[in-house]
Every structure is written in C-alpha cells, then in structure tokens.
Ligand binder design. Sequence first.
Ligand SMILES: *Cc1c(COP(=O)(O)O)cnc(C)c1O
Length: 362
Amino acid sequence: MIDTRARAAVRDLPTYKPGRPIEDVKREFKLTSVIKLASNENALGPSPKAVAALRRATGLLHRYPDSTCRALRLALAKRLKVDPASLVFGNGSDELIVMALRAFVDPGDEVVVATPTFLIYELQARACGAKVITVPLKDYRYDLVAMRQALTPSTKLVFIANPDNPTGTYVTKTELEAFLRNLPRQVLVMVDEAYYEFVTAKNYPQTMPWVGQRPLIVTRTFSKAYGLAGLRVGYGLAAPAIVSALDAVREPFNVNSLAQTAAVAALGDVAFLKRSQQLVRDGMRYLTQALGRLRIRFVPSTTNFVLLELGPRAQEVAHALLRRGVIVREMSAWQLPGCVRVTLGTMPENRRFIAALQRSLT
Ligand SMILES: *Cc1c(COP(=O)(O)O)cnc(C)c1O
C-alpha cells in the first residue's frame, strides 16, 4: 500500500522486483549451497585490485567524496580517448536514467521505450509524470523503425538498451545510424550500453565517435564486466552541454568515495576484465550447446545472460530450480511469460544450472 498523499504517478507505479538474495533462498528451502544466476552480476566476484584499493581507502571515510569524480574522470577519459568534460558519473548507470529524465523531461512530455525491456526506463519516466509510449519488440529485438515512427513533437527522450536486457539482443550499426539520422530537434536518445564489454558482434555500433555530433547520451557501468554492482557506479558520455544539464540535476555527492576508488582500480585491472570476458564467452558456448542438447529454445545473446523460452512450464521450472538452490529470473513480470533469464556463472555454476534444469524438466 502506498500512502494516498503520494503523487498519482507514484501511487500507480508497480514495484521493481530484484533477483532474490542467496540468504533468503537458503533460509526458505533449508539449503547450504545456493547459486544466484538472476541479476547479471559478475561470476568472478569483484576485481582483486579494486578490493585491495578499497582496503587502503577506508581511512578517508569521514571525508565527503570528490563531487567531480576527478581521478575516475581522468582515468576513464584517457582510456576512452574522450574529453573529460564529456563524462558524467552516477550512483550506478541507473541514476543517469533518472538524471536524464529530470533534466530533459517535463510532466506530460513523451518518452519512448521498447516493451519489454529494462524496466527502470518506464518506471522512472512514469514517476516523473512523463507519458510513456511503448513500442513492442519484434522477434525479441528492438524495432527501431517502429520506434522512430512513434516520435511526435512531444517526444523528449528515447531509451535504447544495446545490448538489451532481458533479451540479450542488440541493434546493429546500420539500424542505429538510420534511427539517429535527422531526428527532430527536441529529441534526445539514451543508449544504455551496460553490457558493452561483452559484445563481440562486428556490426554492433561503436557509439563513442558519435557522441558530440548526435543528440546522444551513452551510458555504461562498472556493475557488470567490472564486478562492482554493490558499489554503484556508472557513467554517461555526451556532448559537454548535455553533461552540464545532467550535472545541474545531479546530487553533488552521488558517487561515494569507495565506489570512485574501486572503479579507478578496476579500470586498471585489465587482466580481470579479460578474464570476465573469457568466462562469458566460454560459458555462453557451454550453455547454448547444452540447451541445444536439451532441446530448449533460447534467444541468441551477446551479453552475460540468456533468455530461455520454456513455455507454460516456466514458472514451475523456475521454482523447481530454486528448490535445487539455483536462482534464475522468471520473466512474467516483464511481460515475457514462458521465459526465464539466466545469468552465466562460473563453469561449475553453469554445469550445476544445466544439471538442475535437466532434472527440473522431467
Ligand atoms: C544491469 C543494467 C544496468 C546497470 O545498472 P547499474 O545501475 O549501473 O548497476 C543498466 N542497464 C541495463 C539494461 C542493465 O541490465
């Protein structure tokens, strides 16, 4: 129940249901070993260099964090070969979504999103009082032609998850280029590249050279490939004037000091990033082959997770997996009934998932 004094837009919001915590599931099913393959987290844990840097940083916890994320900004600008003024940081890239809405969207303005896709876009847009226009996916992929047709003189912001969550599919360079060509002047496009580091497809668009020339905000995160989901740090890339608008609505100390320290260290831990990418490549090969053998349909993914089409038994199978200590995400709340999303784990975790799935199906 939401207090009746809350704004109407807020009272009508559905609540976001995150993946179930391991401890919860252990308690409920009296299990000693539970694996979580439900939130697209990094199976390797955090970067060891980030952990070491965190230990050294605790002595400064009485100080406010650097409001400008200077060290992280300079390190990232150097790595990406971009102007430091084109970067903006958030308490997770989730916060950049909120900042873009607050900076660019008035109540009643239109925001265009795909459906289904990452739920935060629609939830936060509705919380701002925006009118949300939803455009269905086509064969589990963003339909950028239809999304382009959905733009009106009232459209302010468009969200494109690339790759997409929960499907794992991506839009191609050609598709995105066509979408961005001759956009109406008042439209801004947020391209959410949370899984950027995992993509290997050749026709995946490299958006970095477009930032500055197009009405774009590109967001990425330290939560996935860098293994820092618990610390909450993500970043946006945009023309400096767009960054200034986001900064205007940003809370001054939005990225905490430990998150900044860890992100700098993780960025320097190239070996960890490579291991994360390799684990995902190997895991994807193993999982898709095993699913093929089990005759389970899935959506080809370019991320660290896979969407399985289990049909009418999906909820039952997800529950059976839970009883066997494997947490996955059942997708009916995301308008994908019959589907289950599973995050790649370590190789032993992947094998345990397949074994549990096999038993849960019979
Ligand atoms: C995981 C994810 C994010 C990252 O969120 P953070 O707030 O940076 O942890 C952003 N977008 C999508 C589509 C995601 O799946």
